[in-house]
Every structure is written in structure tokens, then in C-alpha cells.
Design a protein around this ligand. Structure first.
Ligand code: ADP
Ligand code: MG
Length: 712
């Protein structure tokens, strides 16, 4: 026992402060959600240690350790006599067991019989490889419940590495049998059965009156009932309502964080920047095109925002090619005319350089100096331009963030392709002493529900209109056999003077992924496409090399770029009309949509060909969504529906905790409810004292360090 004491102490010291600590010492009631599991007094030390490895330390943590799935053990599946795609849940008795060894591999096999007393009893072979502990518990005559897929191995039906539980006669009256049984994620040193038992006991001993429900109009019982039902539902129908109740509370926690961020961002500080717009009119007059009405509207809103005494925090969302850069230019001109410097930050060197060229071209005739700053290049001294009569504009990569002097004086910071930066970088900017206005732009059209969450601290402007005169863009999904036809078509395009991109998922051949890689394919493409010059462009090249390649392509000296997703964002070469993506199944839909945004920028018809290399019908079907629509919002919705929202939160980008039970797609309707509730709670209880130990409290503990950065 002694050796186990240590780790517990060590972790205890690291545990976050609980409610009231530091203010007045309070002892927690045994039902307080924040009570440490060891204080409950009935969980054994080895179990406490194992739970802690799963990240579970408090009563709430335990009760929110949600099941992965449920098994209806009121009735089991019949033993199948043919393999099927679905999983089976079978109950039977173990007959023969065999231990085999081939080379270094060992396997343990056990036959499970449906009803051993009957001569016609169906049986299935269970098989485990290199798992020695299994043979200790799976012995002849014991009763087993197994869950897994049944496959044909040789002539036998076989379940490999099934999940299993040995059941005893006592289980008849227990929580493991004859009911709907939860299967929780288990871990080292703690089995599914033990966790099930602990949660069951915790549920039955908890007095919910100690739980303050953050949802005002809800009765406490709702929360307790939901927790009970999510683990031990009386029927499968009870699961979904319980999940929704809990999802709402989870989203409430997240929206509270978001609301705090938003309030922080709106604090009145920063200088009001109003201008007559003389520079803007001169700029617009010189542009070879007129603005779309969406652009006009966005520019008006931005100018309005900037004229206010509070900081602007605005997200400009617009599909690829909708013309966001011009809106950024207008914002920058407004800052400059009102006497402020401005900076624009782009996520890649290539994009930063492209912006630099554009802005130089636009602004130098207006007497506005434009500087360039990246990790590699030192900025030119300020106002080095002779005759400069305006504050300067700095353009660069995220190196800007680390270059104090270029940000310090900035009255406006524009972040292009915001989704490539994290929320931390955004908040760091917000905290810089000049409290600059912030305009962030993204081409990732995220569904509104999601925007309310990930970008909940920002006001939203949308460019929902594309500039006129664009050629059509078609997308086709093809299998690799079609390659020679595709190459012939591509050559036809090149003969007409067009240019093209060929995109590979990886830079180097990786055995593991077996994805074709740009670096090894460039030679093949040069042969295929002679005499048209092809260049290689990828993220591991030096910035000088990249710049050289981009310039050759822009001038039309290279006709084809064999490349990776480095061209995903922003690159604007209107003469490029063909995009081929190899192993397209390796990309997300939203990313492919971004990639195809590189073409369809000029007046010619453009073609995007996605080669599906895995041969999987699901992958084909997923990619076919891009054939059907060019609307980024539709693509984003589909992406969210197919992939689920799990991996969207819990990232650098969102700075929000991952979701455990809510799904931003399925529970999109709950987000607005949660958002309203969050505002109400923060109005009534700004420091969250009342709710300190509730979902919010935990979130604050985990994410408050980040938030305190926002707070300055
Ligand atoms: P994105 O929104 O993807 O950043 P850009 O700002 O790069 O789009 O604009 C894409 C292209 O469209 C650029 O070549 C730009 O000059 C051009 N463009 C922008 N606005 C208009 C407009 N109103 N009419 C015609 N072309 C425009
Ligand atoms: Mg852009």
C-alpha cells in the first residue's frame, strides 16, 4: 500500500484550487460534485490511481465519464452462422481453449457455445493475440459476454480481440446483466466492470441537492436524472434525452467561456479611428474593377466599427475568391488616414509576399510606405521611403507577433486566413498596449452554430457574393485509372496557355501512408507534360526558393506547380485553371474546397479533378459532395456532419475544451440556448462565485490561464 500513497499526494498538490480555497476554508459535503474521490472513502487506492490515469479525480469527473456505448443485456444476439458487418453481442459458455504459438506470435483461442447442453449449439471461436492475461479469466465452463465483429477465418466463424466480460451467478441481481448496461472507456488497472460498479454506486449515493444546476429554470432533478440515465437507462429511448440535457450543460460551459472572451474584447479602449475616406476613394478609383455590394457593405461596417471608442473585433468570412483583400485594404486605409500604422499578418510566407506585392502596387501611388517583415527578412527602417507622408503599413507572417516594435504602434491589425492561427495569437494581439482594432479574415466557411462558438468573441461580416466575370468551376472525382485521360485534358489546357496545380498530400514518400509525394512525382510529371515546364513547391523549401518558384509561376515561366497543401491558402494566380489532387481522400472536404479555390479566379472555365486513391466507396461518396456544390457553406456543413465536431474544439485554434458529449452538428440548436443562458449567468454573477464548482468552474480552471491572457 505504501508505494501508492506517494503519487496520490503528488497529484493532489497539483490539483486545481477548489471553490472557496484561499478565501474561506470550507469542507465539502460528500455529495459535492467537486469532492475528491478519495474523500468519498469507499474507492480503493489502486482504483483511485487507475482512475487518475484516466483523468478522473472528482465525483463529477467520475459521473461525467460517459459510456462509449450500451449493451442491451436483456436479450443477446443469436449466434450468427455467417459473418456480418455489424457487431454482435453474444452470451455463452466457454468450451475448449487452445494456446498456440507461431514464431514470436502467440494466440489464445476459446470456443464460446450458445447453449452447451444442446447438441446443436452454435459456437464461435474467440481469438486473442499476444494477450497473456486473457487466459487467466477466460476458462472452460465460465460464462462470457462478448462484443465484436464476426469474421470468417478459414472455415470457422471467429471474433478477434472481442471485448469481453466474465459473468457470475451473482450478476443476475447486479448491474451487469439483464438490463441495459453501459460500457465505459476503461484503462490500465481498471476494468469496464469495476468502473461500471463505481459509477453505479456514486450515482446511487449522490444527493443531488448539493448540486447547483447552472440552468436556472431547470430543476436539479433534471441534471441528476440525466446523469443517471446516460449511464443506466431504463430503456434505450431514455438515452438521447439524457444526452441532450448533458450536452446543454456542456455547451453552457463553453458559451460562458466564449462570452467572457467576448466581453473582454468589447471593453471600451483603443482609439477611435474615423476618416473622411479620401485615401479610400483614391484607392477605389484606381482599382480595375468596381466593388461587389457585399464588399461595399463590409467596408462600411468596418469603417463604422473603427470609428467607435471600443476595439473592433470583427471576423470577415467569405468564400475563397470573394475578394476579402480589398476589404482589408479599405480598413488599413482608414487606419492610415486617421494617423495610425497598420499591419497585416498572413499564415504563410508565400501569401505574405503576395499581399506585399499587391499592397505595394496599391499604396505606393498614395504615398503610403509598405514594409515587409518575416522571420527571414528584417524590416526596412520606418518611413524610409522618400516623400512618405503617411504612417506605414507592415505586412508579414506571424513573425510580426514577435516583432514588438512593428505591432506596438499599430492601430489596426488584420489577420488573413484566421483559421491558420490560434485563438492565443488573436488574444495576444488584443493585449498589445495599443489595443489595436482587429479584423480577422477567413475563407473557411464554418456553419453559423460553430462560428458562434469558435469565433464567439468576434462580430461577424460575411461576403456572400463573388465578383462578377468569373469562369465556371467544375469538380470531378475520378479513380487513378483515369489518369492518362486527365493528363491529356491537362495538356490541352496548357496548350491554350493556361496553368495548373498538381497537389500531393505529403512531401516525401512515407511507407506508412503510402501517399504519393510531390517530391518523387515531379520527375514523372515533367516527362508526362513535356515540353511544359513544371516546378516543385513545398513547405520544406527555404523561403527564398519558394519565392523564386512562385514568381516563375506568376510570370507564366512555369506552367505547372507540383505541390502540397502549402498552396491551400490565399494564392492568387488567375491564369491557373486546372487543379489535380492526388489521394484526395487524405484531405478533409473543407481543405479540398480551399484548395480548389486556387482556380476559377479568372474568366476561363476551370476544372478541379480529385483522384480517389483508396478505392473505398465511402471516400468516393464523401468527395462527390464537392462535385455537387461549389458553396463553401454547404461543404462545411457536410464536413461537420460527416466528421462530427469532436476534433474542432479542443484545438489550439479554438482554445476551447474538447466536447465530451455535445455534438455541434446534432446539438446546433442548443448552442443559442446555451449562449443566452451564459449571458444571463454572467450578468447575475460576473465572477461565477455561485457556480464555482460546477461545469463552468472546471472549464475555468483548465482554460482560465488562457483567458487571463485575454484579460491582460
Ligand atoms: P479572397 O477572398 O479569397 O482573399 P482575394 O481578395 O484574393 O480573394 O480576391 C480574389 C481575386 O478577385 C483577386 O484577384 C482580386 O483582385 C479580385 N477581386 C476582388 N474584388 C473584386 C471585384 N469586386 N471585382 C472583380 N474582381 C475582384
Ligand atoms: Mg485571401
Amino acid at each position: 500500500m505504501a508505494p501508492e500513497k506517494k503519487p496520490i499526494k503528488a497529484t493532489k498538490a497539483k490539483l486545481p484550487k477548489r471553490l472557496g480555497q484561499g478565501k474561506k476554508p470550507i469542507s465539502l459535503a460528500p455529495h459535492d460534485p467537486a469532492i475528491l474521490l478519495e474523500e468519498l472513502g469507499w474507492i480503493r487506492r489502486p482504483q483511485l490511481t487507475a482512475l487518475r490515469k484516466l483523468g478522473i479525480t472528482t465525483l463529477r469527473g467520475l459521473l461525467e465519464h460517459y459510456p462509449r456505448r450500451h449493451e442491451d443485456r436483456n436479450r443477446f444476439d443469436y449466434f450468427p452462422d455467417t459473418p456480418e458487418e455489424r457487431s454482435f453481442c453474444l452470451s455463452g459458455t466457454i468450451g475448449r481453449t487452445i494456446f498456440r504459438r507461431f514464431g514470436r506470435m502467440r494466440s489464445f483461442e476459446a470456443e464460446i457455445e450458445e447453449s452447451p447442453d444442446s447438441p446443436l449449439s452454435a459456437r464461435i471461436t474467440l481469438r486473442w493475440f499476444n494477450l497473456f492475461h486473457v487466459q487467466k479469466s477466460v476458462v472452460k465452463g465460465c460464462r462470457l459476454i462478448v462484443h465484436g465483429k464476426v469474421r470468417l477465418r478459414g472455415r470457422r466463424l471467429c471474433m478477434e480481440h472481442p471485448e469481453f466480460e466474465v459473468v457470475t451467478d451473482k450478476d443476475r441481481e447486479s448491474i451487469h446483466l439483464d438490463r441495459i448496461v453501459p460500457v465505459h472507456p476503461a484503462g490500465e488497472g481498471i476494468s469496464v466492470r469495476v468502473i461500471r460498479g463505481l459509477i453505479h454506486r456514486a450515482l446511487s449515493e449522490t444527493d443531488w441537492s448539493a448540486w447547483i444546476d447552472p440552468l436556472q429554470q431547470k430543476k436539479k432533478a433534471d441534471w441528476g436524472t440525466a446523469l443517471r440515465n446516460i449511464h443506466f437507462p431504463g430503456s434505450l429511448e431514455e438515452l438521447e434525452p439524457a444526452r441532450r440535457e448533458l450536452a446543454l450543460r456542456e455547451l453552457l460551459g463553453i458559451q460562458t467561456l466564449v462570452t467572457i472572451r467576448r466581453n473582454e474584447a468589447r471593453k471600451p479602449r483603443g482609439a477611435a479611428k474615423a476618416s473622411r475616406g479620401d485615401l479610400l476613394s483614391r484607392f477605389l478609383k484606381a482599382l480595375p474593377f468596381g466593388l461587389t455590394s457585399a464588399q461595399q457593405k463590409a467596408i462600411a461596417t468596418v469603417r463604422d466599427d473603427m470609428a467607435q471608442p471600443h476595439r473592433m473585433s470583427r471576423l470577415l468570412q467569405g468564400d475563397v475568391g470573394s475578394g476579402k483583400t480589398v476589404v482589408a485594404a479599405a480598413a488599413i486605409l482608414n487606419a492610415v488616414e486617421s494617423g495610425h500604422r497598420a499591419s497585416l499578418m498572413a499564415p504563410t510566407q508565400i501569401l505574405a509576399e503576395q499581399h506585399f506585392r499587391n499592397f505595394q502596387h496599391w499604396f505606393e501611388p498614395l504615398g503610403i510606405p509598405v514594409e515587409f517583415l518575416t522571420g527571414a527578412i528584417k524590416p526596412r527602417p520606418l518611413n524610409s521611403l522618400s516623400g512618405a507622408n503617411h504612417p506605414s503599413v507592415v505586412i508579414g507572417t506571424h513573425a510580426l507577433l514577435h516583432h514588438e516594435s512593428s505591432l506596438r504602434g499599430s492601430g489596426l491589425v488584420v489577420i488573413d486566413e484566421q483559421h491558420k492561427f490560434g485563438v492565443l495569437q488573436r488574444t495576444r494581439l488584443a493585449n498589445s498596449p495599443s489595443a489595436p482594432d482587429l479584423l480577422v479574415m477567413t475563407a473557411t466557411p464554418i456553419p453559423r452554430t460553430l462560428a458562434q462558438t469558435i469565433y464567439g468573441d468576434l462580430d461577424l461580416s460575411i461576403l456572400d457574393e463573388k465578383p462578377p466575370g468569373r469562369g465556371a468551376l467544375r469538380t470531378a472525382v475520378r479513380t487513378p485509372e483515369k489518369l492518362s485521360e486527365i493528363v491529356a485534358y491537362l495538356k490541352g489546357q496548357l496548350e491554350k496557355g493556361r496553368q495548373a496545380y498538381v497537389v500531393y498530400p505529403l512531401i516525401e514518400e512515407s511507407e506508412k501512408l503510402q501517399a504519393k509525394a510531390a517530391e518523387t512525382e515531379i520527375t514523372t510529371w515533367r516527362e508526362r507534360l513535356t515540353p511544359f515546364p513544371c516546378d516543385l513547391l513545398h513547405g520544406r523549401m527555404s523561403s527564398e526558393e519558394k519565392k523564386g518558384v512562385m514568381e516563375r509561376f506568376l510570370r507564366g515561366k512555369a506552367k505547372v506547380l507540383v505541390t502540397t497543401s502549402v498552396i491551400e491558402v490565399g494564392v492568387d494566380v488567375p491564369n491557373a485553371t486546372f487543379l489535380l489532387v492526388e489521394n484526395a481522400e487524405r484531405f478533409g472536404l473543407a481543405q479540398l474546397h480551399q484548395l480548389r479555390g486556387r482556380i476559377g479566379r479568372g474568366s476561363h472555365t476551370s476544372t478541379c479533378v480529385l483522384i480517389e486513391g483508396s478505392g473505398s466507396p465511402e471516400a468516393m461518396e464523401r468527395l462527390a459532395i464537392l462535385e455537387r456544390t461549389n458553396d463553401g457553406f454547404v461543404v462545411a456543413e457536410e464536413d461537420l456532419r460527416l466528421r462530427g465536431s469532436g476534433d474542432i474544439l479542443g484545438t489550439e485554434q479554438s482554445g476551447l475544451p474538447p466536447l465530451r458529449i455535445a455534438d455541434l452538428y446534432k446539438d446546433g440548436d442548443l448552442i443559442s440556448v446555451a449562449s443566452l443562458e451564459a449571458s444571463r449567468i454572467l450578468n447575475e454573477d460576473p465572477s461565477l462565485d455561485q457556480l464555482n464548482h460546477l461545469p463552468l468552474k472546471r472549464l475555468m480552471e483548465i482554460h482560465a490561464p488562457r483567458l487571463s491572457e485575454t484579460g491582460g
